[in-house]
Design a protein around this ligand. Structure first.
Ligand SMILES: O=P(O)(O)OC[C@H]1O[C@H](OP(=O)(O)OP(=O)(O)O)[C@H](O)[C@@H]1O
Ligand code: HPA
Length: 182
């Protein structure tokens, strides 16, 4: 157990391990998207709030022309189980004809990422590539292919590196979970 300001927590990944995983994702993304962009920049779509940290770490390692836009959606709030998806902010620019790189911090049930991917396609995106810093190892009823995954985490409510537990812990330098938090 590691002491954190949320209490003693299991330490899953150090900051160095998370950063190394983000760099590996960047290498794979560069390989796939670099050749697509001579005509039009990729739209990197950050899923606020949690993805702000992974996007900040990922962007300097991406070597193709891009613009940065964001959506803000939420379905957990201060809970550890998800509810209905609330849309707070939609992208500023039109997605018509765009290649989108959609980046979130976690794939849990998959409802958030799938809903945003569907939204992008409905807005006219030509392709939506998806990337998550962590994917939770759990059964999922959603049919969703995630193109880039940094790390796999157990079926626990994790925090750190942008991920919160009841609003706190986004600044934790690594990925943790509270053993009693389900
Ligand atoms: O795969 P799902 O089960 O849909 O859950 C994943 C989503 O849940 C969290 O967002 P949250 O609703 O907590 O908003 P936040 O990013 O503002 O914390 C997380 O940041 C993902 O966006
Ligand atoms: O395990 C989690 N941690 C933080 N936020 C989340 N949103 C969905 N699952 C999680």
């Amino acid at each position: 157990m590691t002491p954190t300001h949320l209490g003693p927590a299991e330490h899953l990944f150090s900051a160095e391990e998370v950063e190394a995983a983000i760099q590996r994702m960047a290498v794979a993304i560069n390989k796939d998207l670099e050749h697509l962009t001579p005509h039009r920049p990729v739209v990197l779509l950050c899923v606020l709030t949690g993805a702000i940290v992974v996007v900040g770490q990922l962007m300097p390692h991406l070597h193709f022309p891009m613009t940065l836009d964001c959506v803000q959606v939420s379905r957990y709030g201060s809970e550890t189980s998800g509810g209905e998806l609330q849309w707070r902010t939609r992208p500023k620019e039109s997605l018509a004809g765009a290649v989108v790189l959609l980046v979130d911090d976690i794939l849990d049930e998959g409802i958030t990422l799938k809903s945003i991917q569907d939204y992008c396609m409905a807005e006219g995106a030509v392709a939506v590539h998806t990337a998550v810093m962590v994917r939770k190892m759990r059964p999922r009823s959603i049919d969703l292919q995630v193109d880039y995954v940094g790390l796999e985490v157990p079926d626990q409510f994790v925090f750190g590196y942008g991920l919160d537990a009841r609003g706190l812990g986004r600044n934790a330098p690594g990925i943790f979970f509270l053993p009693e938090d389900h």
